[in-house]
Design a protein around this ligand. Structure first.
Ligand code: PBG
Length: 322
């Protein structure tokens, strides 16, 4: 008889044969920055996740370091918005100030900037619109390049374009290389689905589209072939890291991209997924923690190298307790 149990009864042997590993260094923690001072406002829908002014973000960084988390991704939440998202193009933009402040005080923290326009446009779409309200891909590219240069000049460590605008990687590589930032990596949200799982995030980032949806640029979850080819195309264009977003319900795509590309792969464990997981806490914290950790391992097992997650601090805490 085949006895699968032989390597499982002794926990030491179980550990020896384990082939999926999780480490705090795999994680990137999202931070939401708002203008002002002394502001730390908890999201109404995402328990434990806050909008913070830069001074509070710095306090948060200290806590992250104490937990062993050295990677963050920044999202800006602004009140002044217009049709092209001008506030994101200012060399002294909220994100620019935040990047500079973190890098000055905590140079050991690796800062990623989310690159998009939905938080900065008054219509909430991820770029400029034509008069027929359709997103203009190529005009948006020019603005994305400008915004990326603002982040680069502020000292960001990696740029993560999340708008799913065609041609983004080439446009960014061109402007970055031309300005002496040829060593600045790009982590592309290369396979980002138009997903209802982002809904809680949009409340936090104040980035809901005022009309329509993002289905004309983000990926269709019913189209599995383009889900793969878009990431491969970003690899060909020079992306340094690929991404699948959301994570939980797209592990088939994670596994396929991992097998078709030699690039490191990230997953974004998004707000709706976090909310679902958090609801387990009502019954039992212990069960919540074990379920959440099981989910994190599933990302790694599917092929993710990097996990962007609101759970990062909890993971670090749980791993330290063990
Ligand atoms: C766009 C962006 C979004 C998320 C990350 N970057 C929202 C969107 O595309 O609508 C979602 C993240 C989450 O749900 O946690 N700037």
């Amino acid at each position: 008889m085949k006895r699968f149990r032989r390597t499982k009864i002794n926990p030491r042997i179980r550990n020896l044969v384990q082939d999926v590993y999780l480490d705090v260094k795999d994680f990137i923690y999202p931070l939401f920055v708002v203008p002002g001072k002394n502001i730390k406002k908890e999201s109404e829908v995402l328990e434990g996740i806050y909008q913070m002014s830069i001074d509070k973000i710095l306090d948060e960084c200290e806590e992250l370091i104490s937990l062993g988390i050295y990677n963050v991704i920044l999202f800006g939440v602004v009140d002044i918005k217009d049709s092209i998202g001008s506030s994101a193009l200012d060399s002294n933009s909220l994100i620019a100030k935040c990047i500079k402040s973190i890098k000055e005080k905590y140079p050991e923290i690796m800062v990623v900037s989310d690159l998009c326009f939905c938080e900065y446009t008054d219509h909430g779409h991820c770029g400029v619109l034509d008069c027929n309200d359709i997103l203009n891909n190529d005009k948006t590219l020019e603005l994305l390049a400008k915004q990326a240069l603002v982040h680069a000049k502020s000292g960001v460590d990696m740029i993560a374009p999340s708008g799913v605008i065609d041609g983004t990687i080439k446009a960014l590589r061109n402007i970055l290389d031309a300005n002496g930032f040829e060593n600045l990596p790009i982590m592309s949200y290369s396979t980002k689905f138009a997903s209802a799982f982002y809904d809680p995030f949009r409340d936090l980032a104040d980035s809901s589209p005022s009309f329509g949806d993002r289905k004309s640029y983000q990926m269709d979850f019913r189209d599995s072939k383009q889900a793969i080819s878009r990431s491969i195309s970003d690899e060909e264009d020079g992306a340094d890291i690929l991404m699948v977003k959301p994570a939980m319900t797209y592990l088939d795509i994670v596994s396929k991209i991992k097998n078709s590309s030699s690039l490191p792969l990230a997953v974004y464990n998004v707000s709706g997924e976090y909310m679902m997981m958090k609801s387990l806490m009502k019954n039992s914290i212990e069960v919540y923690e074990r379920t959440m950790m099981e989910l994190m391992y599933s990302f790694k097992r599917a092929g993710a190298d990097i996990i962007i997650s609101y759970h990062a601090k909890e993971v670090a805490d749980i791993m330290r307790r063990k």
